[in-house]
Design a binder for this molecule. Structure first.
Ligand SMILES: Nc1ncnc2c1ncn2[C@@H]1O[C@H](COP(=O)(O)OP(=O)(O)OP(=O)(O)O)[C@@H](O)[C@H]1O
Ligand SMILES: [Mg+2]
Length: 245
């Protein structure tokens, strides 16, 4: 790996905006965001409902394109990538944990993880072995054959984490990974994610949970489409509490 590769930031966002076109007019969900996230960093974003957090994360995950500005992911200018290159980046660089788990209801836990590896060169047997290993790592070895409807919320979220890790991403983007969980399960999921970060995975996480926000080395507050790194968490208490209601 070249020195240049080693020095790359996970993300560089310059003047990024996203306007949704609706019949009632444009909605500026994300406005003029400048943000740099280094490799191996752990960054948390908090903010009220509707402030643009998921929109921002989807732009970073290359699931959506900005209306304005530039995004670099792992040193690559995203807008300059071909469809094939973009698909490759989504597959191998970035894992995404969705606000709603987005598991396929007709597939078992193991199959939900395996399916993430279908577009790769892995053989069926290798994908199966890796899915079983990942489910073991998230503490679900004995639930591999369960369908999502047979799993608790925390277990479903852990399957979603295993799926996000299937192709060994460098970066994990997690949209409210503990949003639907009780506090004990939430702590377990957070411990799991922080362990992955300790091993070198870059982690950007959206949360409404004040404890998670307080425990992060770097927290941003999002309000009305803008990120504010100056606003302290205590100033943002209103934002978090309002959003949690
Ligand atoms: N596909 C879309 N089309 C039009 N407007 C949208 C779309 N997606 C989101 N919005 C609007 O953009 C704004 C930001 O939405 P977003 O989902 O990013 O907020 P959020 O901070 O993630 O909220 P929450 O905490 O409730 O998940 C909201 O006003 C929302 O209504
Ligand atoms: Mg959201």
């Amino acid at each position: 790996m070249s020195t240049e590769t080693l020095n790359q930031n996970a993300f560089e966002l310059i003047g990024v905006g996203r306007t949704y076109a609706t019949e009632a007019g444009g909605i500026d969900a994300v406005k003029n965001i400048d943000l740099v996230i280094g490799r191996g960093e752990y960054v948390v974003i908090v903010g009220p409902s509707g402030s643009g957090k998921s929109t921002l994360l989807q732009l970073m995950g290359m699931l959506d394109q900005p209306t304005r500005g530039h995004i670099k992911c792992a040193g690559e200018e995203v807008s300059a990538l071909s469809e094939a290159e973009l698909a490759e980046m989504r597959l191998h660089k970035v894992g995404f944990i969705f606000q709603q788990f987005n598991l396929i209801p007709t597939l078992t836990a193991q199959q939900n993880v395996e399916i993430a590896m279908f577009p790769t060169d892995l053989t069926k047997d290798a994908a199966k072995a890796r899915a079983i290993k990942l489910l073991g790592q998230v503490g679900l070895a004995d639930r591999a054959d369960h369908y999502p409807s047979q799993l608790s919320g925390g277990e479903q979220q852990r399957v979603a984490i295993a799926r996000a890790l299937a192709n060994e991403p460098e970066i994990l983007l997690a949209d409210e990974p503990t949003g639907n969980l009780d506090s004990t399960t939430s702590d377990e999921i957070l411990t799991l994610l922080r362990g992955l970060n300790d091993e070198g995975l870059t982690l950007a996480l959206i949360t409404h949970d004040r404890e998670i926000a307080e425990s992060a080395p770097r927290t941003y507050v999002m309000r009305d489409g803008e990120l504010n790194s100056q606003e302290t968490l205590s100033e943002a208490t209103g934002a978090i509490n309002t959003a949690a209601l």
